[in-house]
Each structure stands twice: as structure tokens, then as C-alpha cells.
Design a protein around this ligand. Structure first.
Ligand code: F6R
Length: 635
């Protein structure tokens, strides 16, 4: 969703801001803008600082903003920029950030939601402020202006006038005390040239110091060119950036020294590396993700997840597991349920975080809540974590982003080692999640005495083999996937079916197809077809089935025969060597023979590739599908 960048230093700010905004494009946005500090013309009445703020905003891609800025000649060494994903107010120039104070001397960019913005706006308007947008964010600009310049008497509340601080950092701190909600905020003031004041609550902010200046961003990818040592700001911390350095304070203004995190992936890893799109590159990275996620997990023949934050005794007491997540991460949870219940024999429920948080679920101190989130920022998942912890559950996070809110707010965390995922549709992080959840299921089974150490070792080895199995699919099944994609590209709708593990995989296949190709797709447990969905089937209707060799293979095949009899066009993900399936399938995509427990890791891959091929055939942007954002930081 929205992205923030800011720079103050010796170089041309607009170039650095545009590079940073381009790096943030993957998050999804609908408009972009910058505010630059520029020298004022030497005219009578010009402000004492000799600086004005130039705000330039555009609806659409950052490239449009870039071409507008190329005609903007004034040099600037300090500025802030933003990509906006509309929440309050439609995508428009007026609603794009940065937003400015009434006098135009303060500009801000903001990620998050201001929950009490309607009250704040009404109060500010009563005190004479004029608003130029429909956004919640704009109240921040006016609150900072009042804290900076001073506030008049408020006849309605009887509040007496207050003097201004005339210090941007102090004014930002004061404004934050009035705001209820989430914010990552960066502000500049034409009367304090070169200063960027930054605040954070529940919305990520990272800060870095390079050789030629100071940087702020909402995502480390926007400042990794300048530095690899970054400070991930904590809630309630503030930063003041100048060309010479950065100081950090807490909410009272007391200086603090936050920890520095070293980033060990580089920008090449986050670029396309010769692939036509990020999605294909990321699908091809999946064998590496499996290997990296398993590195260091078997130590001296024992499964080792020491970041769990729970002792073996505490783990042994766990009698119920909830997996809470959204979207693709939720589907990883469906797979985990099968494994946890089969191996550890503990009831496991999988729930959309947006439902869990409002449902008063049954939680006791022996409940383990596993929160799965690629970005580690998803608002619903975070709210569900907080709720679960208040109710006494232990919470374990599985995320791809080091230092993300999910990692910080959980009792323990496994990182999925997918590295930065840029394509909006999750692929490699899903595989990392499934591998991590498989490890957790193995650990629970071992601690509960349901699997022996020897069995765990054997399963761990087989889990590792899925890396080569994915590689085999990538190298050999391209043609079959292409043919299958041709068969569904003109359909209006498609059904994905499977049983057991296959049903969980079908859900992920359907989501991938609909989100990037805009072709309507649904997933059903194959046995449910005749209770309704089979009515949809007529001549040529695509049914995409996961029918790998498993205990429910024959049952799945029977369900497919019922679809075939009604004219469906059948595409099957099957196990290599299964020739019988060709009798009912129009197209077969093979995966290598694999234990059913691990089939999700391999059988999902052809469905990712199928979705991508169909999307490309239908002329869609596979990396940045419409209406979607990479991090869903609003409810
Ligand atoms: C689909 C997709 C989304 C995310 C969902 C949760 O390809 O990427 O469905 O899985 O928005 O996001 P995270 O995992 O970041 O919490």
C-alpha cells in the first residue's frame, strides 16, 4: 500500500525521491507526489529562511511524476515523497500526498489511518483551518502547523490559546498526541530547511544514514542503495534527520539510541535478473527458498526452531492451534491444518484474521496462535495477534520481513527466507510459509511424542527433496502448462478442485488465477461438486484438478468423471507416471512423486505458472494487478 521516502543531504533530492518511489511501486498505489525545499526568488516579502516548498503530485504511475519533475529546474537537497493507495477519498491530485498546512510552509507524507480524523477536522475547521483534500492525512499537516505556529483560543471548548514551538520535531510530537490511529509520518518545514521530522505508530518506518545524507522510507528497499545499516523505528519513537546526521527521541523528547539492523540481501536480489516479470523470477526462486528455509533447522540430528520463544514443556502443553492469516497466507494455514492434525494430533483451526479478531474465539493459555504474514504488516493479522495475546494465547509469527510488526509483536518468529517479494501475488513466500509451517508441525509432533526423532529426520530429508522436485517442474512442464493456459484463457469462469491436501492447493490455485488474470475462479473440495457447483458445468467449462497420488486419488478421479460427463474441459495436476489420468483429462501437468504431506509445496507451482500464463495471454500486468496492494495495512 502507501509508500514514504525522504532525503536530506548533498545530492539532488528529486532524483533520490523518484528512485525510492519506483522501488516502492510494487506495493501498489494510485497516485504519487513529492514536496521539495527550493530557494525562494529574492523578492520583497520572501520568507526569512529563503526557502519555499514546491509540491508536485500526479494520479497514476511514478513515471508520470518523473516526467513532470524533469521539467522542474529548481535545485533541492531536501524533500519527501509518497505513493498513495486510496482509502479516505478517491485517487486524485488533491488527495495525493504530500499535504500542506494552510500557510504552505509545512508538508507531510503519511501511511496509516487516522481514526479520529473527522473530529479533528471539525475542530481544526472551527479554528479557521481550510482543507484542500478529502483525506484523513491532511489533519496531520494542520495539527503540526498549530503546534508550530501556535493555536488561537477555541471559543467552542474554552481552550485558551497556546504558543507555538517553532521547532518542527517538537510540533510533530505534539500533533501525534492528538491522533488516534496508525501512522508512519515524515514532515518538512520551509522555516527549518534541511530538517525532516519522522514519527511512527503501527506503520513501518526505516531510517538510514548514507555518505551523502540522511534517508527515511517506509520500506528498506527504498534506501538500500544508500546504506545497509538501518534503524527500524519502533512505535512511539521519533527521528530528526538533517544533512549532517540523525537524532532519535522517545515521545517525551528524551534522546534514545535505537538498535541498528544490517540488511544482508542486495538490490540485485530484488530486481528481475533477466526474467520478463518479477512473478516468474520469484516462482523460479522457490527451490532456493525451500533450501534456505531449512538451513540450520536440523542440528545434531534434532529439529531446531530456537526462535520459537517457547520451552519444550510449554510446547507440550499446547492443546489447540489457531492459524490466523489472510489471502495466500491463509491458504498456507489450510495446509498446516492437515499436517498438524495428522502428525501432532492437536486440533487446528485456520481462520481469516479479519474474522478471528471480531469473533471472540475460545482461547486458553494452552492455545498456540500461529500468525502467518508475508509482509508482516497486514492490519487484520496484527489486530488478531494483539487480541490473541490479550486473551492469554502464545503467539508465534511466520513472516518474510525481518523486524516487521508481526515479528515484533509475536512471542516467537520463524523467518521464511524468501527474500524481498516484489510481485503483488505471493508465490515464493507462500512456499516459504508452507515449509516453515511443516517444520512447526514436525516439532509439535515430536514434542508430543507422536513422531519419533527418526521419523522426524526422515520427513525432514524428504521435505528438503521438494527443492529438486520444484526444479524438475520448472524445467519440464512449461509446454504442458502453456497448452493448459490456452485452454482456459477465454473462459469466463473456472473451478479448481481437489480433496484433502489437494483441496487446500486448489484454493491457492484459484486465488492466483483470479487475482492476476481477472478470470473468475472458485475452489471446491471435489466431493462437494455434486452439492451445487456441478450445475455450472457445461461444454468446455475449465475444471482444474489437483489429483496427485494420495489416499484420496480414486475419489478425486470419480469426481472428475462426473465433470467430464457434463462436458467440462479437464486440466489435472497429476503424479509423474500416472498415465491412466489421461483417459479423463484434456491436459495433464505432472509433478514428481511426493509424499502427500509435501504435495502442496510442489503441486502449487504448476498452478502459479498456469495463472501467470493465462494472465499474460489476457494482456494483464502480472506483477501489479489492478486494485491490489502488496501490504494491506488497512482493515
Ligand atoms: C495473494 C496475496 C494476498 C496476501 C494477503 C496477506 O497472492 O499475496 O492474498 O497473501 O494480502 O498478506 P500477508 O501475507 O502480507 O499478510
Amino acid at each position: 500500500m502507501c509508500g514514504i521516502v525522504g532525503y536530506t543531504g548533498q545530492d539532488e533530492a528529486k532524483d533520490i525521491l523518484i528512485t525510492g518511489l519506483k522501488r516502492l511501486e510494487y506495493r501498489g498505489y494510485d497516485s504519487a507526489g513529492v514536496a521539495l525545499e527550493c530557494a525562494s526568488p529574492a523578492t520583497p516579502g520572501a520568507p526569512a529562511s529563503g526557502v519555499t516548498l514546491s509540491v508536485i503530485r500526479r494520479v497514476g504511475k511514478v513515471a508520470g511524476l518523473e516526467s513532470e519533475l524533469s521539467a522542474f529546474g529548481a535545485p533541492s537537497a531536501c524533500g519527501i515523497g509518497h505513493t498513495r493507495w486510496a482509502t479516505h477519498g478517491r485517487p486524485s491530485v488533491a488527495n495525493a500526498h504530500p499535504h500542506t498546512s494552510c500557510n504552505g510552509r509545512i508538508a507531510i507524507v503519511h501511511n496509516g489511518i487516522i481514526e479520529n480524523f473527522a473530529e479533528l477536522r471539525a475542530e481544526l475547521e472551527r479554528r479557521g483551518h481550510t482543507f484542500a483534500s478529502e483525506t484523513d492525512t491532511e489533519v496531520f499537516a494542520h495539527l503540526i502547523e498549530e503546534a508550530y505556529e501556535g493555536r488561537p483560543d477555541d471559543p467552542a471548548t474554552g481552550e485558551p490559546a497556546r504558543p507555538g514551538s517553532h521547532d518542527l520535531m517538537t510540533a510533530v510530537r505534539e500533533a501525534c498526541t492528538q491522533v488516534v490511529g496508525a501512522y508512519g509520518l515524515a514532515a518538512v518545514c520551509a522555516d527549518e530547511p534541511g530538517v525532516i521530522a519522522v514519527a511512527r505508530k503501527d506503520s513501518p518506518i526505516v531510517i538510514g544514514r548514507g555518505e551523502r545524507g540522511s534517508y527515511v522510507a517506509s520500506d528498506v528497499i527504498a534506501l538500500i542503495d544508500a546504506t545497509r545499516d538501518v534503524v527500524v523505528l519502533e512505535d512511539g519513537q521519533f527521528a530528526r534527520l538533517t544533512p549532517e546526521g540523525i537524532t532519535y527521541t522517545d515521545a517525551e523528547g528524551t534522546p534514545i539510541e535505537p538498535a541498528v539492523t544490517h540488511i544482508d540481501w542486495d538490490i540485485d536480489m530484488a530486481e528481475k535478473g533477466g526474467y520478463p516479470d518479477f512473478m516468474l523470477k520469484e516462482i523460479h526462486e522457490q527451490p532456493r527458498v525451500v533450501r534456505d528455509t531449512l538451513v540450520g533447522r536440523m542440528v545434531g540430528g534434532e529439529l531446531d526452531i530456537d526462535e520459537l520463544g517457547l520451552t519444550m514443556e510449554e510446547l507440550n502443553l499446547i492443546d489447540r492451534v489457531y492459524v490466523i492469516a489472510c489471502g495466500t497466507s491463509y491458504h498456507a494455514g489450510l495446509i498446516a491444518k492437515n499436517l498438524i492434525e495428522a502428525w501432532a494430533r492437536i486440533p487446528c483451526e485456520v481462520e481469516a484474521a479479519s474474522e478471528f479478531r471480531y469473533r471472540n474465539p475460545i482461547i486458553t493459555p494452552s492455545t498456540l496462535v500461529v500468525a502467518v504474514s508475508q509482509s508482516g504488516e497486514t492490519a487484520d493479522t496484527l489486530a488478531a495477534i494483539r487480541d490473541a495475546r490479550i486473551k492469554g494465547a502464545k503467539v508465534f509469527g511466520i513472516t518474510n520481513v525481518v523486524g516487521s510488526p508481526v515479528a515484533r509483536e509475536s512471542d516467537g518468529v520463524i523467518y521464511t527466507k524468501a527474500n524481498k517479494e516484489i510481485a503483488v501475488a505471493s508465490t515464493k513466500s507462500f512456499i516459504g510459509q508452507v515449509v516453515s509451517l511443516t517444520l512447526l508441525a514436525l516439532l509439535l509432533a515430536q514434542v508430543k511424542g507422536k513422531l519419533t526423532t527418526g521419523q522426524v529426520r526422515m520427513l525432514f530429508r524428504e521435505l528438503g527433496n521438494t527443492a529438486e522436485q520444484i526444479q524438475w517442474i520448472l524445467e519440464t512442464q512449461g509446454e504442458a502448462i502453456h497448452e493448459a493456459a490456452l485452454a482456459c484463457k477465454d473462459a469466463h469462469s473456472a473451478l479448481f478442485v481437489g480433496r484433502g491436501m489437494g483441496a487446500a492447493i486448489a484454493h491457492e490455485g484459484a486465488l492466483k488465477l483470479k487475482e492476476i488474470s481477472y478470470l473468475h475462479a472458485e475452489a471446491y473440495a471435489a466431493g462437494e461438486m455434486k452439492h451445487g457447483p456441478i450445475a455450472l458445468i457445461d461444454q468446455g467449462f475449465p475444471v482444474i484438478a489437483v489429483a496427485t497420488k494420495s489416499p484420496v486419488y480414486d475419489k478425486t478421479v470419480s469426481n472428475l468423471k462426473e465433470c467430464e460427463a457434463r462436458g467440462a474441459q479437464i486440466i489435472v495436476v497429476a503424479t509423474e507416471g500416472d498415465e491412466e489420468i489421461r483417459a479423463i483429462a484434456d491436459h495433464v501437468i505432472y509433478i514428481p512423486p511426493v509424499r502427500d504431506a509435501f504435495s502442496a509445496i510442489t503441486a502449487t507451482v504448476p498452478l502459479q505458472l498456469l495463472a501467470r500464463e493465462v494472465a499474460i495471454m489476457r494482456g494483464c500486468d502480472v506483477d501489479q494487478p489492478r486494485n491490489l496492494a502488496k501490504s494491506v495495512t488497512v482493515e
